[in-house]
Design a protein around this ligand. Structure first.
Ligand SMILES: Nc1ncnc2c1ncn2[C@@H]1O[C@H](COP(=O)(O)OP(=O)(O)OP(=O)(O)O)[C@@H](O)[C@H]1O
Ligand SMILES: [Mg+2]
Length: 261
């Protein structure tokens, strides 16, 4: 048997031998008879940073929840490294290398930073010290303030704790739901840089974002989700320059202003 040579360049976003996560034609919803996802497809290859943008209510959070076993998938399939993980429970997905940082309430405010990270490694407590060290290498501020309660941290710092907690089990793919939401522009920038930094350690990331322009700037590839379906996928910068995406999702500010002013 011969396999396809690794040098063959298939278009981005198509399924290949090394596809890490693949969602096919996902249909999911909360109430009987009402589908929120209506045939969603997603391909993540090792090391990719994927951005998902789209209007409020498009189903972006629902997609992440469906991937993480928090919303029942009614039809379609999710595979991780070729293994069917459709409708597996969140705890078993964490064991298989999926990490999730929800949009809201993503830290335990009454616990310290260190205790929050312990919660992240509860399935493998013996690895806590080793993982804590690796994460403090990545985000030194967390080590310095390990005994501070998460509830007393700023929004940006809390977001860092939530990401760190999800990294404790050394995921191969991390799902982030609007990491920059509610932060000031400077803190938003830090959050995008932090996301990139995590990605550079080899973790694939699926990031849902309201801040579409920033998201498309940092991601390798973006998906536009609308009414529970993804219209198309392309490299982030291509989407940013696509007149249809600009008109529908990015707004008129996409054109340069004041360039000769
Ligand atoms: N727990 C729930 N029960 C019933 N319907 C829900 C639930 N959560 C979300 N929905 C509905 O599903 C649809 C998609 O919601 P979802 O949160 O996935 O959108 P979103 O794209 O993440 O939006 P936003 O940008 O505002 O975060 C909405 O119409 C919402 O009202
Ligand atoms: Mg959402």
């Amino acid at each position: 048997m011969t396999t396809t040579p690794a040098t063959t360049q298939a278009p981005a976003g198509t399924v290949q031998d090394d596809t890490l996560l693949h969602a096919e034609d996902l249909v999911a919803g909360y109430l009987p008879g009402v589908n929120i996802l209506n045939g969603c497809d997603l391909v993540v290859r090792p090391g990719e940073l994927i951005g998902i943008i789209g209007p409020n209510g498009a189903g972006k959070s629902t997609l992440l929840k469906a991937l993480f076993g928090l919303v029942t998938v009614r039809s379609g399939k999710v595979t991780l490294k070729g293994e069917d993980i459709t409708n597996k429970r969140a705890d078993s997905l964490v064991r298989r290398g999926v990490g999730f940082v929800p949009q809201n309430n993503n830290v335990f405010p009454s616990l310290t930073i260190e205790e929050n990270l312990q919660m992240g490694s509860y399935q493998e407590p013996r690895r806590f010290a080793e993982r804590f060290e690796a994460i403090v290498d990545l985000f030194p501020a967390l080590g310095d303030r390990r005994r501070q309660r998460a509830g007393s941290l700023s929004g940006g710092e809390r977001q860092m704790v939530a990401m760190a907690r999800a990294l404790m089990m050394e995921p191969s793919v991390l799902l982030l739901d609007e990491p920059s939401a509610g932060l000031s522009p400077v803190r938003q920038d830090e959050t995008f840089l932090r996301t990139r930094k995590i990605n550079r350690t080899g973790v694939s990331i699926i990031m849902v974002e309201q801040n579409a322009r920033r998201c498309l700037q940092v991601c390798d590839r973006g998906y536009v989700l609308d009414q529970g379906r993804n219209a198309y996928t392309a490299p982030g910068r291509d989407l940013m320059n696509d007149p249809k995406v600009i008109e529908l999702y990015l707004g008129t500010l996409a054109t340069d202003v004041g360039s000769d002013g």
